[in-house]
Design a protein around this ligand. Structure first.
Ligand code: FA5
Ligand code: MG
Length: 381
């Protein structure tokens, strides 16, 4: 696993580990294992599935929009609360702002939880067509399609009035239609035929808002969010009178479909048997699993306290077991007559690279139990 560098330099910004990880500071919730991912920049490696995918998306935009889209892929992932939330109109009481969902470096600074954090500044700089690719960070659940560090690509296109005025429809419908056409075209460019569907949704920064889902591993998997940009964002950033669309692609999810990668942890693997299967510009290759190792399931039950959250549990499990944990799943939940709530979680341990021994798993589970008890104020059963 990657060793945390003491000093990183990203996009011209120097970052010391002590500036990002501060265990004693209550306004900081960035653990070591998250810090160690900053600066790895999988999206800038031409032989990595994420980099190969990024380049294929660039090709689509270059050829369909005469290279009009300006590309950014080294903007620093440490951003202000204002950039990450305020500038994209996320309400003051929105859950995504909580310490439970977002990694805070201090009260005013976060690890960006989406590439939308850069929308406003780039609009202010005068860009009308742009793509922003980067690593983003979220406290989240653990399963084969969720990881606390992943990659997004943001796309924004601003239209001037003469582009829609003769279309015979209102500006919003015109732009929404153009957006869906653009993303459906991208999906065809990447996958050829694939089963997909649009779902209406909500984002604070777009209206209307949509998600695109693709059928993968016998489930509908959400791969992107998008919509017509809220007027307020355009007005505040010098684009009054314009209309725009924006999207945020989940690059791991798209790469899972493209290369048939069954588990999101694999993107971080340095195992040659994984890395050697991908090379620059090669889109068609399907990943061949080197072997299926058996999972091992361990249950943990406890009486929860008011402050207990599943994300906190996942952070503890990830802190102990790292990438050996495949899934954490609530399997039982009940409240007794005294009003105490008991929950049981099933933890799946499985390495993507080797067989785990019983002894090793028992040790991990023991450490998980100890840490859950000491850090999460629950009573083990
Ligand atoms: C957003 O992040 C919005 N900023 C997207 C957007 C941009 C909407 C511009 C409108 C306009 P969401 O939280 O749904 O939306 O995340 C976008 C995508 O990131 C998801 O569709 C999914 O593909 C991916 N994603 C989200 N959480 C994770 C995770 N924990 N692990 C891997 N991929 C994830
Ligand atoms: Mg979503």
């Amino acid at each position: 696993s990657p060793v945390a560098a003491a000093l990183l330099e990203i996009g011209g910004v120097k970052i010391a580990k002590d500036d990002v990880v501060r265990e004693s500071d209550p306004t900081n919730n960035v653990p070591d294992n998250i810090f160690s991912k900053i600066g790895l920049q999988l999206h800038r490696r031409d032989n990595h599935p994420i980099g190969i995918l990024k380049n294929a998306i660039y090709d689509y935009f270059d050829s369909n929009y005469a290279s009009k889209f300006v590309k950014f892929d080294d903007l620093c992932p440490i951003v202000s609360v204002q950039q990450n939330f305020d500038e994209v109109l996320v309400p003051a009481d929105h859950v995504s702002r909580s310490y439970n969902d977002t990694y805070y470096v201090n009260a005013d600074t976060v690890l960006r939880c989406h590439t939308s954090a850069h929308q406003a500044e780039l609009l202010r700089e005068g860009h009308s067509h742009f793509l922003v690719t980067g690593d983003v960070y979220r406290r989240d659940s653990i399963d084969s399609t969720h990881y606390p560090v992943f990659h997004q690509m943001e796309g924004v296109r601003v239209f001037s009035p003469d582009e829609w005025k003769d279309s015979g429809t209102d500006a919003t419908s015109y732009v929404a239609m153009d957006l869906k056409k653009c993303l459906e075209g991208l999906a065809r460019h990447l996958f050829g035929a694939v089963e997909m569907r649009w779902v209406d949704t909500y984002f604070p920064f777009t209206n209307p808002s949509f998600e695109l889902e693709i059928y993968f591993q016998e489930n509908w998997m959400e791969v992107l969010g998008c919509g017509v940009t809220e007027q307020d964002i355009l007005t505040r950033n010098g684009r009054k009178g314009s209309v725009a669309w924006a999207f945020g692609l989940g690059l791991e999810r798209l790469a899972m479909v493209l290369f048939d990668i069954p588990d999101i942890r694999l993107f971080w693997s340095t195992d040659q048997r994984f890395t050697s299967q991908f090379s620059e510009g090669k889109l068609g290759v399907k990943f061949k699993p080197f072997s299926k190792f058996p999972p091992c399931y361990k249950d943990i039950s406890f009486w929860i306290s008011d402050s207990f959250t599943e994300n906190n549990l996942c952070e503890v499990v990830r802190g102990v077991a790292g990438d050996l944990v495949e899934e954490v799943k609530l399997i039982d939940n009940f409240t007794n007559k005294k009003g105490m709530t008991s929950q049981c979680y099933r933890i799946a341990y499985r390495s993507t690279e080797r067989s785990l021994t019983d002894e090793e798993i028992n040790q991990l589970q023991w450490n998980v139990r100890e840490t859950v008890q000491s850090k999460l104020y629950v009573t083990l059963r």
